[in-house]
Each structure stands twice: as C-alpha cells, then as structure tokens.
Write a protein that binds this ligand. Structure first.
Ligand code: IVH
Length: 668
C-alpha cells in the first residue's frame, strides 16, 4: 500500500511540475485549470495522510507555510553587484570605448540586450536539481533567506527539468528578477483600498513588500512572477556566451524574458532600445530600461568588475516616468455621471518627454490616505497615455505653509449639494441638468467612445457649448456652416469638414448610439446586449424594466438607470429633434441572433450553396453547426441523398429541413 502511495505521490509531483512549467513558464498548458486543481488536490490529500513522504520541493509547498519569526541571512557565494547606468546613445558609445580600451579590441563586439525588469533581484541555489535556498540581494554580500516565499512564485522551478540527458550540474546558482505584473498590482491596490490599507506606490514596492512577508501564505496570494537573467558562476553549463547561457537555463525550466536579443554591434543595440521604449507601456510588467551585456563569457571574465558593478554590462535607463513637483492648487471637476474628481494643478514639470501640469487625485479617500495638502512637494507619475497621478507626498519637504485640501460641499458648477452614495467612494452631483455634466456628456457623445465625429474633440465641444450653439446632443446636427465659420479658430474649410463628418454620423448603429448617450452603468457591453435584443430604438423604448432584466448580462442597476434615462422628457425631446434633423439609428442586423440556441447538422448534398456557405449563414445568425448526430441537434438540414442520418434524426423527433426550408430561415 505505502509503496503504491509513494509511487503515486512521485507521479503526481512529476506531473504537476511538468504542467506547472508548461503553464507558468512556457505559457502552453495541456491541462485545464480544473484538471490541474484535481491533481493538486489529490497530492495535498496524500501528503496530509503521509507526512513522512513530504518533500521540500513538492508543488504543494507553493501555497506558503507557517509564519517565520524573522529572516535568516544568506551569504552570496559571489557578490551580487549593481549596474552602472547610461542615459543616451552617446553614453553607450562611451561604454563601448571603455570596453575596447580595456580589452585592446578593435573588431565588432556582440552584445545581448535584455529588458531591465523593475522588480527585486534574487538568487536561487539548486542542488542536484532541487531548489534549496532563495535569497534577496541584501547589501550584495549578505542577503535574507526568503526560500519559503520564493517557492510560492509559480514560475520559479522547484525542480529543474531534465531532457533525455541529465543536464544539470551538482550545484547551480542563478539570479533573476521577481516582479509583480501591472494587472496584479492594480488588483492588489484595489483590494487594499477596499480594506482601508495603505496603497503600494508602484509594482516594485508591492513585489518587495510581498516577498518580505514572514507569513509566506501572504506571498502565495500575490501573483508574483520571475525571469532569470544570469548565473552566479557560469562555468557549470559550459556555455560560450550569455545568449547561449539563457537558452540553457530555459531548457532547465527557467522563464527567460522573450524580449532578450542578440545584437551585433552598437547600431543594433540602439535600434533595440528604441523598440523596447515603444513596447514598454504595452507590456504587462514594468521595465525601466535595457541591460546591455557583452555576450562572450570569456570577454566578460577578462573585463571583470569594480567593487560596485561589472565592466561588461551597463543599464541604459528610460527617461523617468516619475518626477517631483509641487501642488499649486486643487480644482474639482464634475464628470459625465456627476462624479466630482479632485485635480491638482502642479508646477509644470517634464516627465517622460511631456510637460505635466495637472494630475488626478482620484477622490477624497485618496487625498486623505496620501495626506495630500496644497503646496506639498509630491512625487508624480505619468506612464504612457495614462492620466498623470500623484504617487506620494515628500513629507521631508514640508515647511508648515501647507494647506488642507477642502472638498466642496456643493457642486462647483451648479451649486447642488454633493452626495456620497452608500458603498461608493465617489462624491457626486446628482443634478442631471448640471451644466458641467451636460458638457461632459456632449463631449462623450461626440468623442471616441461615442459617435466619434471628426472635428468634434473636447475643445471644439467646449467652444460650441460656450457660445451657446450646442446645448443638447441633437444641436450638433443643426449646426450650419456660417455659424461655425464665424467662430474663433474656425474657417470655411474646417466648418465644411465638420458638416461632412456630421453627415456621415447621421446613421449611427443602435449599439453605438446607446453607448454614446453615456448613461450610467451602460457601457459598451450592455449597449451591444440591448442592440442585439431589440430590433430598433422604439422597441427598446417600449420595453419595461422586467424585459430589460430578462436579458442575460443586464443587472438591476443598469436596467434602472436605462429606464430613468430613456423615459425622461429631455431624452424624448432630443430624440424627436434628432429625427427631424435626419438622424436615423440603424438596427443591428435585425435577426442577428435569430438562430441562437439552435444547433444544425447538415447531411446530403446542397444544390444552391456549399456546405461552408450554409455553415457561415448559421453562425452569422448565432446558431451552431455540428458534424455528428446527438441530443443537442435541433435542426437537420437534409440535402440530396441524405441517407440514414435523416431517419435517425426523424426518430429522435429532430426538425428536418429541406434546402429550401433552410434558405427560408434567412429571408426577412
Ligand atoms: S544583470 C552584475 N540583467 O538591475 C549584473 N540585472 O541595477 C547585474 N535587473 O540588481 C544584474 N533586469 O535587480 C541584470 N536583465 C537584467 C536585469 C537586471 C533587472 C536589475 C537587478 C540588479 C539591478 C542593477
């Protein structure tokens, strides 16, 4: 019995290691999450019943263990150094000059470039292919033992993979970066916000905080990830260069960053830097530059290191996305749905190549949590297209002149008392006629998420509302060239272009139109659901709340909000004016979902169209096509020489359609 259990445990561990590697490292799983969980659970239960068979490298150890009293220290066999920085292509040139002088080398130098991951450096020691120790960098000589915490990081191998040949050396020491992906960071902070805990300033701090948890179960709950980038001593794998070394590590089961590139010479290094800079904001983890390493390990050895950093590698940093500046004033802006957002006016500062003058402070809770005050020196951040935000106060810079930020009690646009709805952090103006909300709704209606009318950007809409030409959505369609041409910044050409854009916008699709209205709780998905369910706008207007609630995916909040909006006298007036201006809302192909829920099987030869065309027709109407007879089939389409399927289907009571009958389904 116990022998069998032992074998099963071994087998389960082997399978779970293998599938874990496929899932977390190769991103190519063979099992579904459910199947993986079943195997995992079986192993947990077997190990619980047989404590004598528990092993340190079992995948079950990824869930964390009992809290530690403190961290032990670990001495690094070889010091973990830092990197020197450069900030430009010239800086890179100087780096190469130094390398050449040191090596007295003239020919081209080949490099490996790697994203500079913005996380925490860790060292992992494997003995006989098993992870035995994991540690932080610490001061470079001595780090902290965080083995238990690192074991919870799913992409760190607990055991090395072996191919047909046993490939690992007795002892293997690798280094790499542990980091928290942007999405995980966002979710973690959202959760902390809800629980009233202080927020992490950036993914790196969050990763550090997660790894330095004495209770490794907390670490296990954070979706940390890992990429390997070097070895403590590289001889054991017998590689000639860094690129080859990373390939060997990948074969042993380590995740290697997919953006690692070999570069023949500086020109390619510069091109790769520019490429990474472009890719940077689209990656799901943060990078703060590119690391350039002389590829040949023999040259690396000859170059050696200073006390601080190796001479064979350098970090080329991206321009900072954070900067410090001061808050000069705080303005309160009213959004489309009435939410009042505090926005800080800053002393202008250059961040990631752009002047930043304003940053969102999100809401009142965030102001309190970060303890922000007017005249505070603050760290701000701007990444990609995201609105700049205040990360934290530089408390050391306070001098007593700071003033509290006072949230207004009344709407700054319409004076209506502001309210905080239960369960919300947002503070709102609930007056739907509030001019500020109306303006934002008009901007939204014409903008990218609405009808997307060229020439009606935020500024133009503000102007048109400002001079009184536009008050509600229908007004856009009554604009005339001579009215526009007289306005500041407009000419005949731009006026004409806008009228043409408005002409093109006169037949909006129903889903796009609904979304453009900017109704609270009614986003893109809800708008599509509605457009798929209702043939046209009047059918939607005739629907009562229950009919809305009957649609899968539409909840009470959306239904109530729709009901209120669609049946307001203001909307009725807009609609009739839109209609009078020739705006015709287009139904989303009337019977698009006409066949949803029906499952078709074809048999025999079709005369008027091919099998494939017939299948496409069915799918376009939301139906399904299968290739075998089963209980799920609702319709059998029998062509010429249909054969036995026809009889079987008839016996099962399945509807039988001739080709003609089938085609009739598609005639409206
Ligand atoms: S190589 C001795 N490669 O940057 C060579 N480091 O400023 C040092 N880092 O502490 C490491 N991505 O945490 C290397 N692809 C990469 C890296 C990388 C991020 C970090 C690492 C190190 C710091 C040095």
């Amino acid at each position: 019995m116990s022998r069998q259990v032992e074998q099963r445990i071994q087998e389960l561990r082997r399978q779970l290691h293998d599938h874990g590697h496929r899932y977390y490292v190769l991103d190519a799983p063979l099992l579904s999450d459910g199947e993986y969980d079943l195997l995992f659970q079986e192993l947990v239960e077997l190990e619980a019943g047989h404590p004598e068979l528990i092993s340190e490298d079992s995948p079950t150890h990824r869930v964390g263990g009992a809290p530690l009293a403190g961290f032990e220290t670990v001495e690094h066999l070889v010091p973990m150094l830092s990197l020197d920085n450069v900030f430009s292509a010239e800086g890179m040139g100087e780096f190469e000059d130094k390398v050449r002088r040191y090596l007295r080398l003239e020919g081209e130098i080949s490099y490996v470039t790697e994203p500079k991951l913005d996380g925490l450096a860790v060292e992992l020691v494997y003995q006989q292919g098993r992870l035995v120790t994991g540690s932080t960098r610490g001061d470079g000589i001595v780090g902290e033992d965080i083995t238990l915490q690192l074991k919870t990081v799913a992409s760190i191998p607990l055991r090395l993979q072996s191919g047909p040949e046993p490939a690992w050396p007795e002892q293997l020491i690798v280094r790499g970066e542990v980091f928290l992906p942007k999405q995980g960071f966002k979710e973690l902070n959202e959760q902390r916000l809800e629980e009233g805990l202080p927020l992490f300033a950036n993914p790196r701090n969050a990763a550090a905080g997660s790894l330095r948890q004495l209770d490794s179960r907390v670490t296990a709950a954070r979706p940390l990830d890992f990429f390997v980038y070097s070895m403590s001593v590289s001889e054991p794998l017998g590689c000639g260069g860094q690129l080859e070394l990373l390939e060997s590590l990948a074969r042993l089961g380590f995740p290697v960053n997919p953006l690692v590139r070999g570069c023949a010479g500086l020109e390619q290094v510069v091109a790769q830097y520019e490429r990474l800079e472009q890719l940077r904001h689209g990656l799901d983890y943060e990078i703060d530059g590119m690391v350039i390493k002389v590829d040949r390990l023999e040259l690396q050895q000859r170059l050696g290191a200073t006390a601080r950093a190796p001479r064979w590698a350098v970090a080329w940093k991206f321009p900072a996305i954070q900067a410090t500046t001061t808050i000069e004033q705080v303005e309160f802006q009213v959004g489309r749905t009435g939410v009042v957002t505090p926005v800080a006016w800053l002393e202008p500062v250059l961040v990631d190549g752009a002047q930043v003058r304003r940053a969102t402070l999100h809401n009142q809770d965030e102001i309190g949590r970060k303890d922000l005050r007017i005249h505070d020196t603050v760290l701000i951040q701007r990444a990609g297209d995201v609105i700049p935000e205040v990360v934290k106060v530089v408390v050391e810079k306070r001098n007593g002149r700071e003033e509290a930020i006072v949230f207004p009690e009344r709407c700054p646009a319409c004076e209506t008392p502001l309210e905080q709805l239960e369960g919300e952090v947002a503070i709102r103006c609930l007056n739907v006629f509030c001019p500020a909300q109306k303006l934002q709704r008009l901007i939204y209606f014409a903008g990218k998420n609405g009808l997307d009318i060229d020439g009606l950007g935020k500024k133009s809409v503000e102007q048109l509302v400002g001079v009184g030409l536009v008050e509600e959505i229908a007004d856009f369609f009554y604009l005339e060239a001579k009215q526009l041409a007289g306005l500041e910044g407009w000419g005949e050409k731009s006026a004409q272009a806008l009228l043409e854009a408005l002409e093109r916008a006169r037949q909006p699709r129903l889903d796009i139109f609904i979304r453009a209205l900017g109704i609270r709780h009614v986003g893109e998905v809800t708008a599509s659901l509605l457009a798929a369910r209702f043939a046209d706008l009047s059918a939607l207007l005739a629907a009562d709340q229950q009919q809305l609630l009957d649609i899968e995916g539409i909840g009470f909040r959306a239904a109530a909000s729709l009901e209120q909006f669609l049946h307001s006298p203001e909307f009725a007036r807009s609609l009739s004016r839109l209609e009078a201006a020739g705006v015709a809302i287009q139904a989303v192909r009337q019977q698009q979902q006409a066949l949803s829920g029906r499952v078709f099987l074809f048999t025999g030869r079709l005369e008027q169209l091919s099998r494939n065309e017939a299948k496409e027709l069915v799918k376009a109407q939301g139906g399904q096509v299968v290739s075998g007879l089963s209980k799920r089939v609702t319709d059998l389409v029998a062509g010429d020489k249909a054969g036995s399927k026809r009889e079987k289907a008839a016996a099962q009571g399945i509807a039988i359609l001739s080709e003609e009958g089938f085609l009739e389904l598609f005639q409206s």
